[in-house]
Every structure is written in C-alpha cells, then in structure tokens.
Write a protein that binds this ligand. Structure first.
Ligand code: S3P
Ligand code: PEP
Length: 404
C-alpha cells in the first residue's frame, strides 16, 4: 500500500499556500458552457480529477460516461445528457454505484426523459435513451438527500421549452450549493426567481461571458485547521476573496472560535493565531464538506462539540461518519451518536507517538487528518486519493515542511 509519512511539526514560520480552484464552481461552469450557444471565456478551471473528468467527457462525448467517483459530474451530466436528447450510459466507481440518484432520475422522467436502471433501482449505472419532449413544467423535489439533484435540474431548466418551476420539499440541505448554481446561472445571463420554497427558471438562453473560477474554500479549510492545531505559525492563502460563491467560506467563522484569525488582504487571506474562544456546537447542514476538517481540529484542540446536520455524510465518497469514528479512535477521540441526529465530538485525551490513518477512498479523510502532524507523526494511507479535488495537496504540505 502507498503511504505518506508526515513527521511531527509542532509549529512553522509564515508560509504561503497557492490553493487549487473550486471543483464545484468549475463543474457548474462547464455544464453552463456546454449549454451556451456562443463562446465563453472561462479561466482558472480546477485541476481536480472530478473537473478533468467532466472536461474529458464533454469534449470526447463517448457513449459511456464513466464519471469515476465524482458526484457532481454524475448528477450534472445525467441531467445534461437526458435533456440534450442523448443516448448514454452513466456509470462510475463501485462506490458511485452505491450513491443514490433516484430522486434526480424520477424528476427527469417526469420532465420527459427516458432513463433505465441497468442494475439496482435508484442507483447508477443508468441508461439514458433521449428526451420525449417536455411533459410537465412543475416538479416537486425533496431536498434532504443531495442538493446536487436540484443544481442539476436548475442548470438544464433554461433549455426546457416551458422552463421549470421547482418546489423544494422537506428539509433542504447544502442550500449554499443551490445558491452557487443560481448565482453562476445569473452571471451567464439567466434570470430566476426564488420565493419561499419555489424556484422558477423561464425558458431562455445562456449568454456568453468571461468567468474566472475562484480558489477552493473547501481545500482552504485544511490550512485553517493546520494553523489552529499548531503551537505557532501563520499562513497566507492565495486567491481567496471575502465575497465568495462557496458556502465553505463559513470556515472563517468556525475557525474564529478555534484560534485562527483571518484578514482579507490584497491577493488572499492572512491567517494568524489568536486565543481559542471555544466552540459548543455547529450545524453542518449547509457546509457538509467541512465536518471532517472541524472534527479533527476539535479533537486535537480539546474541544467537546455537538455536531448536527451530518445526515448527508453517510452517502458521500464513503460513510464519513463511520470513517471519522474509526480514525478519531486511533488517537483516543470519539464521535458519539446521540439523540435527534446530534453527534458529540469527544476530544483526544492522549495522542500516541505515531498514528496511521486509513482514508476509505475519500480525499477529505486524507486531507482532514493532515493537521494531526502538529501533534504526532502521521502516516496517511493511499495519499493519491486527494487527486479527486486537490492534486497538489501534498506538494503544498511540503511547502510547510520545507519552512521547518
Ligand atoms: O454541488 C456541489 O458542488 C456539491 C454539493 C454538496 O453535496 P450534497 O448536495 O450532496 O450535500 C457537497 O458535499 C459536494 O462536495 C459538492
Ligand atoms: C462530496 C463530495 O463530492 P461529490 O459529492 O461531488 O462526489 C466532496 O467533494 O466532498
């Protein structure tokens, strides 16, 4: 098995981290670009495998769209292929074929798409056999499983002859990602309304424009965590802006409680250490990708915290609740399931001299446990797993190591 060894570094001098581009923004912009008649000027697309897979599939248009382990690529391309009247097989890794897609398929079938399950009802692989023409212009969709189904439908909505009125039902999670989708659509000239739980997008064209993808706030979260866990140090994260389309910019507020001060300056954000104010509870409903980062930070910093809004974590790259519980236990921290979907993070009492982290084919497991290197020697299994969203992650870790 391939591993990476992170020798303990309790503190580090000021280091500049370049950061990758956002894969969420990139994958939306690529779909919008494919649906725009004219030419767009898109820059700064992500190096993330999820984005590179999207680029390759859109460019080569093979009969089988194998998205590997990319959730957004699967969900967005399914809606795209269906309403652009294509015959396509949608598939991915074994794990991708365990991640539900029934809610999106039901909605697309209601709209007029011909889609069959090739194996298990509700899950990829799918066979898409074109579009019969728009059958309805109003759809209800539950929002508690994945916002990606909603984003997928919104992006294809302007193409529909009658547009689309989408009623969101139940608890809606990851709302910040729905907002990102709509804001990007707006930047490409598409109008929408969102009143209470109904989003309406009329039939209209996307307009060509220039768009530069922002740096990735989810990727930035690991650097906030590294500084929070370190004895001393400072970090400059390049390319981040205060007004971001990404909900994971919430990390600024979370880390303000956990000892990291953020100052937006020209060209990025300067992170310095401050007194730990403490965190009692946090709701991750709209920033689920930050949960692993914050869990490890709190475990290391001795913070007992109630985590809520973790429901979607079980159906991501791995069952992230199980994975966190297993790996936190290796340094005597716990994530205990309580009543009403609240989990309590019990921090570590004693960290062993060396900890080996299993990564469960999940990039965020590898990256979230990196900051443990401030307290002990860490071995990360399958380090290349980070390629899904942040291929240059270990190179950036070396920048911190080199300063020592
Ligand atoms: O739309 C997006 O770009 C994403 C939405 C979120 O998924 P869910 O909506 O399934 O929570 C998030 O976890 C994922 O990493 C990216
Ligand atoms: C959940 C994630 O991605 P996706 O759902 O797009 O596979 C992620 O990047 O953490």
């Amino acid at each position: 098995m391939n591993t990476i060894y992170l020798k303990q570094i309790p503190s580090f001098p000021s280091t500049e981290i370049p950061l990758p581009s956002s894969k969420s923004e990139s994958n939306r912009v690529l779909i919008i670009d494919a649906l725009t008649d004219g030419e767009n000027e898109i820059s700064n697309l992500a190096e993330a495998r999820d984005t590179q897979t999207m680029i390759r599939l859109l460019k080569t248009n093979p009969p089988v769209f194998d998205v590997l382990d990319a959730g957004t690529t699967m969900r967005f391309l399914t809606a795209f292929a269906a309403v652009t009247n294509q015959n396509k097989v949608m598939t991915g890794t074994a794990r991708m074929c365990e991640r539900p897609i029934g809610i999106l398929v039901d909605a697309l079938r209601e709209l007029g798409a011909d889609i069959h399950y090739m194996n298990k009802e509700g899950y990829p692989p799918l066979a898409i056999h074109g579009f019969k023409g728009q059958l309805v212009d109003q759809i209800s969709i539950r929002g508690d499983v994945s916002s990606q189904y909603i984003s997928a439908l919104l992006m294809i909505a302007p193409l529909l002859p009658n547009g689309l009125s989408l009623e969101l039902t139940g608890k809606v999670g990851s709302v910040t990602y729905i907002e990102m989708t709509l804001e990007l659509m707006k930047q490409f000239g598409v109008a929408y309304t969102w009143e209470e739980n109904i989003i309406k997008v009329g039939s209209q064209k996307y307009h060509s424009t220039a768009f530069a993808v922002e740096s990735d706030w989810s990727g930035a979260s690991y650097w906030f965590s590294l500084l929070a866990c370190a004895e001393s140090g400072s970090l400059f994260l390049k390319g981040l802006k205060k007004d971001s389309l990404q909900g994971d910019s919430k990390i600024v507020e979370i880390m303000d409680h956990l000892g990291v001060k953020s100052e937006f300056v020209e060209g990025g954000i300067q992170l310095t250490k401050q007194k730990v104010k403490g965190l009692k509870s946090w709701d991750f409903t709209h920033c689920p990708d930050l949960a692993q980062t914050v869990a490890v930070t709190c475990a290391v910093l001795g913070q007992k915290v109630d985590f809520s809004g973790l429901e979607s974590l079980r159906i991501k790259e791995t069952d992230r609740i199980y994975a966190l519980q297993q790996e936190l236990a290796k340094f005597n921290a716990q994530l205990l399931e309580g009543e009403n979907e609240v989990f309590t993070l019990i921090p570590s009492v004693e960290i062993p001299n060396e900890v080996q982290i299993h990564t469960y084919d999940d990039h965020r497991m590898a990256m979230a446990f990196m900051p443990l290197m401030t307290k002990t020697n860490v071995i990360i299994e399958d380090p290349e797993v980070v390629n899904k969203s942040y291929p240059s992650f270990w190179k950036h870790v070396e920048l911190v190591e080199l300063e020592n």
